[in-house]
Write a protein that binds this ligand. Structure first.
Ligand code: PEP
Ligand code: MN
Length: 400
């Protein structure tokens, strides 16, 4: 028996200080009474697909915004994101001959962990940081940055609108249709995730009805913290980000605790070590999970370890670094006889200038179409370039 999710009493990192504390309890009660956003049957189907990825007969493409705006629940917006995901998956299947599991970083990617709690503007004003549309607004003024519990309910409504559109247009994996997508987001907010847990009438225990897959971020994967404890109580596939500070012991304990009682495909380890560190740090992490080969999925997030400053002062990422991290990821896994399971990327179907193609791009001009409210995403051509290179790595099975 797993602990009922509402009984977890562990410290939770990265939680907002809500402006109207009393309201949170009302919002939580409302959320607990609403219909599930996703069904348990689709959650289990995704786990079965991920089991195949763990064994090397599927490849995972998980992608979408860093911070998904509520406004993108408009049908044209969510459809464009699902279409981009599917077209990249098709590209990979065509070039590498492997079926692709499509997991959107959308329909609920509304909460952001941040490295600083406040932001200082050019004029010296200090504001609370933007923590995602489920918490506050990105506009740089004090009213917008207040953490408003009503936004938790809005997060549910926008995710529901996205899921309705995906279902209506035949994009959603609820009915096991070919070419469909699953949804995922970072399980960050205690006050959003807890009330959306439902009984799992198929498998017993509980599942999170907020998305098919959830992941735990680099800043909240403490072994004694709420997020890992919460993940232990739900049956969904879960991912855990692994940055340069992750130790082999961390990885081993995460594998033990998060696979216990579950079939293959339950846990994805999402490495985001950076291009400079992957070859050096990944081998020990892979060795720490050796007992779990074929049961855990190794995903590469080549974005979050490669964030640098553009001359304009913006955060950016260099596509050649992204490619190098993926190349080293493949080489290390294959050297250990472990299948590279997939990619986790921040990308958009919009024609943005957020990431640059090569290091020369760091010094030149500005980034005129930087539209992300958080991290820089790959533009469509950059995402295609990355997927083509990845397909070529996949197809060259014999050469690490
Ligand atoms: C993210 O996925 O947007 C993120 C914050 O990643 P990480 O937890 O790996 O830093
Ligand atoms: Mn990000």
């Amino acid at each position: 028996m797993t602990t009922a999710p509402h009984r977890i009493r562990l410290p939770a990192a990265q939680q907002p200080t809500w402006t109207c504390d009393g309201l949170v309890e009302n919002v939580r009660a409302d959320l607990a009474a609403l219909p599930p956003l996703v069904e348990a049957s689709a959650v289990h189907r995704l786990r079965a697909e991920l089991a195949r990825a763990a064994q090397g007969t599927r490849f995972v493409l998980q992608g979408g915004d860093c911070a998904e705006p509520f406004l993108d629940s408009a049908p044209a917006r969510i459809t464009a994101k699902a279409a981009q995901l599917c077209s990249l998956a098709d590209l990979l299947t065509t070039r590498a001959g492997l079926p692709v599991v499509r997991i959107g970083r959308f329909a609920g990617q509304y909460a952001k962990p941040r490295s600083q709690a406040v932001e200082t503007l050019a004029d010296g004003t200090v504001l609370p940081v933007y923590r995602g549309d489920a918490v506050n607004r990105p506009t740089a003024d004090p009213a917008a940055r207040r953490a408003d519990p009503a936004r938790l309910r809005a997060a549910y409504d926008h995710a529901a609108a996205c899921l309705d559109t995906l279902l209506l247009r035949g994009h959603l994996a609820e009915d096991a249709a070919a070419g469909s997508v699953f949804t995922s987001h970072e399980a960050l907010l205690v006050d959003l995730e807890t009330p959306l847990v439902r009984e799992d009438t198929e498998a017993g225990g509980h599942y999170s009805s907020s998305a098919h897959m959830l992941w735990i971020g680099e800043r909240t994967r403490q072994l004694d913290g709420w997020h890992v404890g919460f993940a232990e109580t739900v049956n969904n596939p879960v991912g855990v980000k692994l940055g340069p500070g992750a130790s082999p012991d961390d990885v081993h304990e995460l594998c033990e605790r998060l696979t216990r009682g579950h079939g293959a495909g339950r846990l994805s380890l999402i490495t985001r070590l950076g291009a400079a560190e992957t070859a050096r740090r990944l081998p020990a992490l892979v060795e720490a999970a050796a007992d779990f080969t074929g049961r855990v999925v190794w995903l590469c997030d080549p974005m979050h370890g490669n964030t640098v400053r553009h001359s304009s002062g913006r955060k950016t990422r260099v596509l050649t670094d992204v490619l190098r991290e993926v190349t080293d990821f493949f080489a290390v896994l294959r050297a250990h006889g472990v299948p590279p399971g997939g990619l986790h990327v921040e990308m958009t179907p919009d024609d943005v200038t957020e990431c640059v193609d090569d290091p020369a791009g760091l010094a030149t001009g500005a980034l005129p179409r930087f539209r992300s409210t958080c991290d820089p995403r790959l533009a469509p051509a950059q995402a295609r370039g990355l997927l083509m290179a990845t397909a070529d790595l996949l197809a060259r099975k014999d050469t690490p």
